[in-house]
Design a protein around this ligand. Sequence first.
Ligand code: C6P
Length: 429
Amino acid sequence: MSEVLNRETPLAAAEHAVPGANRDAAYDVARIRADFPILTREVYGKPLVYLDNGASAQKPVQVLDAMDEAYRRYYANVHRGIHRLSQEATDAFEAARDKVARFVGAPNHDEIVFTRGATEAINLVANSWGQRHIGEGDEIVLTVLEHHANIVPWQMLRERTGCVLKVVPLTPEGSPDLQVYESLLGPRTKLVAVAHISNVLGTVLPVRQMIDMAHAAGAKVLLDGCQAAPHMPIDMRALGCDFYVFSSHKLYGPTGIGVLWAPFETLNEMPPYQGGGEMIDRVTFEETTFKSPPHRFEAGTPAIVEAIGLGAAVDYVEGIGLDAIAAHEESLLRYATERLSAIDGLTLYGTAKEKAAILSFNLEGPHAHDVGTILDRSGVAVRCGHHCAQPLMDFLDVPATSRASFGLYNTHAEVDALAAAIEKVKDFF
Ligand code: C6P
């Protein structure tokens, strides 16, 4: 066991020191925090309270060590070399694919395509499947709360094909209005592309129902699982969607790698998205044939060590248990909602019954950027701005929000630190 694993962090100690702060005795958050070296650091002389997990999560020593070991002990290019190191690197790279397949409940590891991230995965679907199946006048249904990564690629497809984008508005709680959704589905609907969880409101979308309704209309469904994969168990067989995407860096893994899942039959009839090495079967100047999925979609040298890091991250969250993580974060959400709702002049956005531990808010008076700057001086890291969801900001009629997004290592004591820091912001205005 590494030294880091044995270290009790100042905040972990605080978690035990605050009476009643560690609400979930079975979930050893102090032990978990000790896996994340960065959580021991201070900012501006204050213990770091990292509440920007929606943007990117911190990395446990298990992920850092797996990547370090790959570079130190068996690094080489994959799928190309006859030599020992290349074989070992290829085995580790493909083992990571197996882990991701298990993690998402994919029946077949060839259904896991490694991409640069969720953004690239959505662009892949738009350029490959979309270009082949969506034509002039065909319709794609989105919701108001989508991240730009699930808006702009479809607008670019619209430029190329003349398809039509339809947008589902939200209820006052911040959930898609299912009545309007139903009315937007029709014979021209080819695709419904929606977030599994909103990165701004935390709303867990009623995806099972939305998928059934889309399928009844003959449309395929893409779920943007960026904010769901780190926070709840996901199972492709149970969900029944047609495409699922997420990024490793929000799942406690490295940047530069993400995942597209689709059933093998779907991938198998999709044309390649990028051309280059390793995605081909045979190349002549007259004609090129392509490998089968997933390699057809992984042109060039892939993010080898990042994939290995993602595999370690999957092992890590599975070791804790996605159900346990979800329960811990639910407890944080309830406590944070209670604490923030009690602050005068604070507006919370997103009150859906099914909600992840993401709290967007504004204070009467200061702009969100000022709030974020002052919170930062208290050691509290939140994201402030439009969160790459400008249409949602327009819908809410605000220029920006501050957003506290929780992860598996956050504590009830950190919720207290957030609430105290927000109270301090009010002293400035
Ligand atoms: N949201 C946030 O602070 P990439 O950048 O490809 O890893 O993920 C894009 C993306 C797509 N969908 C959703 C729902 C997301 O939340 C994100 C990333 C971050 O909310 C960074 S903008």
